[in-house]
Every structure is written in C-alpha cells, then in structure tokens.
Design a protein around this ligand. Structure first.
Ligand SMILES: C[S@@+](CC[C@H](N)C(=O)[O-])C[C@H]1O[C@@H](n2cnc3c(N)ncnc32)[C@H](O)[C@@H]1O
Length: 246
C-alpha cells in the first residue's frame, strides 16, 4: 500500500513538474521528405508528433522542471547512488553528460574523474547557468558547460571516453543527428551509458513517451553503429544500458 501511494505521488509529481509552461517548444517535425528517417503522427499529450524508428519523441522537459530533477527523494526512488557506482569510469576520463539538466550527475561524476573532466551538455542555457552557479559555489574545477543545438551535441571529435544520458535521449527532437555527433565525439572503444525508465513495466509511474523499452533503445543505438555491451539490472525503475563504439 505504501508503495502504491508513493508511486501515485511520484506520478503526480512528474505531471506537476511538467506542465505546459515547463515544456520547451520543440522544432517542427521535418517537412515531408521521403529520405528522412522521421515520420509524423498526431501528437500525443506528452509527444511532439514526430516518429523515429516507430517511437514518438516526447516533449523536452523545460528548465522550470529543475526542482523535480533535484527533489530530495530522487536518490531513494531511483537509486542514483547505484547508477554512479556502476559507471565504468577511470580517473582521467573525459565524460560527456548529454542532457545534463541541473548537473545532478555531472557534479558527482567530476569528483570521480579528478584527472579528467565532465562536459555538461544541454540545449537550455538556463540549465547550463544552474550548473555554472553550482560548480562555482562548490569550487569544482572540471565541469565545462556546453551549449548544444538540437542537432549537434558539440563534442570534440574523438575526444570523449564515456557518454552518459539519463532520462534525456527520449526527448531529443533529432536523435539520429545527435547520436551521429556523439559517435563522432567518442574515442574508439568509448562507451555510451543510456539510462531510460523501463517502457516494458507499467508499474513505473512515468509518462509513456518518457520511458523506453530495451529493444527499442538497442535498435536505435545499432542504427548509428554502436554495439550493445550489457544491460545492468541494478536500478529500480530504469534500464542501465551500455554500448560501445567499435
Ligand atoms: C529530463 S532532463 C534530465 C536531466 C539530467 N540528465 C538528470 O537526469 O537529472 C532532460 C534534459 O535533456 C535536455 N535535452 C533535450 N534535448 C536535448 C538535446 N538534443 N541535446 C542536449 N540536451 C537535450 C533538456 O534540455 C533537459 O535538460
């Protein structure tokens, strides 16, 4: 019973955290182009009406949802501590946190790569301002905010050891273009850690298009040449999927 009440509260929280005013306007779906990898559909309440490999893309969570990302109950609900502990990191790694939001993961990762750095990448300037404020006040020297575009994550070619995407990939309006930029930015043998709420599990209390099935995610990563390495079954609500650039 306690779990049901907690899940209902979480669903309410994300619904409240994502009102229309907290949604970023997405760029319009591409004009009809037979060579495009995208098609159109009637937009779902949590979608933008643009379809990639059979999946409707969700709307972008706006910066007004920043408080939800930093909610005090998040670590217990999502076991973000286990997520961090299971990242395959070396002390001198260059890590790109794509869709970094408020830096919930960028900041603790910076402490785990003391001889490396974290590129905290987002398309919302307001999110990057939050990250810059937090790193300055905490005296963290190795987090670099990077303003991306909807089609380009802005990574240095062949310069990144590990890319992390937590609850972000499903809302990329141009996933093929962004993933192509990510693959270009990875070193040979570099890893992508993709974290998404489990789309197969109706008990995970998150809006439908903000979840992904593992089969769908693996298809989309294979489409840009990434090899699936393993899926760590360590988180209560999310897949932790690890891919590698050959
Ligand atoms: C739900 S938030 C997750 C933030 C963070 N990863 C976390 O778990 O706390 C998703 C973030 O992805 C960002 N985003 C959406 N599309 C993006 C894109 N194409 N490139 C980079 N960031 C993007 C949004 O601006 C938003 O800050």
């Amino acid at each position: 019973m306690h779990r049901i009440i907690r899940n209902a509260a979480l669903l309410l929280a994300i619904s409240l955290a994502l009102p229309a005013c907290a949604r970023e306007p997405a760029s319009a779906p591409d004009a009809s182009d037979p060579t495009s990898v995208y098609t159109r559909t009637d937009a779902s309440p949590d979608g933008i009406g643009k379809v990639y490999m059979g999946r409707e893309i969700s709307f972008v969570m706006g910066h007004l949802g920043a408080g939800w990302l930093e909610r005090p109950t998040r670590e217990a609900e999502e076991r973000t501590d286990l997520l961090l502990d299971n990242l395959p990191l070396e002390a001198d790694d260059v890590v790109a946190d794509i869709g970094a939001g408020t830096g919930y993961f960028s900041l603790p990762i910076a402490a785990r790569v003391p001889a490396g750095r974290v590129l905290a990448v987002d398309i919302q300037r307001e999110m990057l301002d939050i990250i810059a404020g937090r790193t300055t006040s905490a005296g963290i020297p190795n987090v670099e905010p990077v303003l991306a575009t909807e089609t380009d994550p802005g990574l240095p070619a062949g310069g990144v050891d590990l890319v992390l995407m937590v609850d972000a990939y499903h809302e990329f309006s141009h996933p093929r273009e962004v993933m192509t930029g990510i693959v270009r930015g990875l070193k040979s043998g570099g890893r992508v850690v993709l974290i998404e709420y489990r789309g197969e599990d109706p008990a995970v209390p998150i809006l439908r298009l903000h979840k992904m099935t593992q089969a769908q995610a693996r298809r989309e990563m294979a489409a840009v040449g990434l090899e699936w390495v393993e899926t760590k079954d360590v988180l209560p609500q999310q897949h932790m999927m690890i891919f590698r650039k050959p």
